[in-house]
Design a protein around this ligand. Structure first.
Ligand code: SAM
Ligand code: SF4
Length: 356
């Protein structure tokens, strides 16, 4: 068994393996879609408690269930050997996982070999001031940072535990380190919908792209319901068009975002609309949780356990067989519907489990 009992640090031997990945046949699902993008939730824990993402009194996973950094490295490397060329680390908050830079540095070897084209992460920015330079040195070139508001009081109200000035300091550090930044903003009715013009202008000034995200019905979040928060992005877009010239552009990352370019700022705006738009036909991605569960679709429950084959054998052949078998079950499309009577979430897992 490799890596067991080493929860938070990586041994140098684990990081030295897999640098010359065997050439295996790339993974293509039954609908002819190549899987080239893996999103990995490296922890379900977080130093914020965003109202749409987590309940304040979240119960987190026991450590024994969580993959060690070596196990995460092994699974990511297996996917890279199978043709995954883009890797995004997310969470929970990826930068609060102890030893995370060891994993990022280790995965950087696949950038050096050319097998991996991009290593990136989605972060709440709270730890960026500390890590920006190291991230760049490890080969990260672009990051997504989530900021729903530029008002410090609202920021605290949305994140419960976050401080805007800390995140802004992190963004400054990211820019100084040379990291390109895309801002993620969840559109929340009655909360930040008076700020979108300001966010577009601010991103223009700072040189950031911006992506608006519709609230997705994932996980129980306590008192509020997503129906109260739900704001269709079609509305956001038409309101923005009153002030800005939004030019359609032919830019597609294979995911649920559709992009326009703002003529006045020269920056891109993406709209992620999983509830109102069908993006599944071009889906190129799968998601791994920090416990080693592989979800083939963000909106469906079917999943494969990759932790067992990793812990059963030091050899990757079981793991690779399990990955092939799982991709063979990747569904054609998702099932997001907010049940208007029960107002319950049809996908019971939290976004922090699959990482968005
Ligand atoms: N903690 C990091 C962060 O906030 O960027 C990474 C993980 S977070 C789960 C990834 C993205 O999902 C963030 O941009 C967050 O705003 C978004 N998100 C979380 N819960 C969501 C929900 N229920 N609907 C839509 N977006 C959500
Ligand atoms: Fe944490 Fe990100 Fe979820 Fe906010 S959205 S609670 S920062 S994981």
């Amino acid at each position: 068994m490799r890596g067991r009992g080493k929860q938070d640090t990586m041994s140098s031997t684990a990081t030295a393996t897999n640098s010359d990945l065997p050439k295996l046949s790339p993974i293509v699902d039954p609908f002819g879609r190549s899987v080239s993008y893996l999103r990995v939730s490296v922890t379900d824990r977080c130093d914020f408690r965003c109202v749409y993402c987590m309940a304040e009194d979240m119960t987190f996973l026991p450590k024994a269930e969580v993959l060690t950094l070596e196990e995460l490295d092994r699974i990511c490397s297996a996917f890279i050997g199978l043709g995954v060329s883009k890797l995004r680390l997310t969470g929970g908050e990826p930068l609060v996982r102890k030893g995370i830079m060891n994993l990022i540095r280790s995965l950087g070897r696949h950038l050096d070999s050319g097998a991996l084209k991009e290593l990136t992460l989605t972060t709440n920015g709270s730890q960026l001031e500390r890590y920006a330079t190291e991230l760049y040195a490890a080969g990260v070139r672009r990051i997504n940072v989530s900021i729903d508001t530029l008002d410090p009081h609202k920021f605290e109200a949305i994140t419960r535990w976050g401080k805007l000035d800390k995140v802004l300091a992190g963004l400054k550090a990211a820019r100084e380190a040379g990291l390109a930044v895309k801002i993620n903003c969840v559109a929340l009715k009655g909360v930040n919908d008076d700020e979108f013009d300001r966010l577009v202008a601010w991103c223009g000034d700072e040189g950031f792209d911006l992506t608006f995200i519709e609230v997705m019905p994932m996980g129980d979040i306590g008192g509020e319901t997503r129906l109260d928060q739900y704001l269709p992005l079609s509305l956001v877009r038409s309101r923005l068009a009153e002030r800005w010239t939004l030019n359609e552009i032919d830019y597609n990352t294979g995911g649920p975002a559709r992009y326009v370019e703002v003529k006045e700022t020269g920056r891109r705006i993406g709209f992620i609309t999983p509830l109102t738009h069908n993006f599944c036909e071009s889906c190129n991605r799968v998601r791994l949780t920090c416990t080693g569960t592989l979800f083939m679709c963000l909106g469906q429950e079917d999943a494969a356990d990759l932790r067992t084959p990793v812990r059963m054998s030091d050899d990757d052949s079981l793991l690779i067989d399990r990955i092939h078998e799982a991709i063979g079950r990747k569904p054609k499309g998702h099932d997001f519907i907010i049940d208007r009577r029960s107002k319950s979430a049809p996908v019971p897992r939290h976004m922090s489990v699959t990482g968005g």
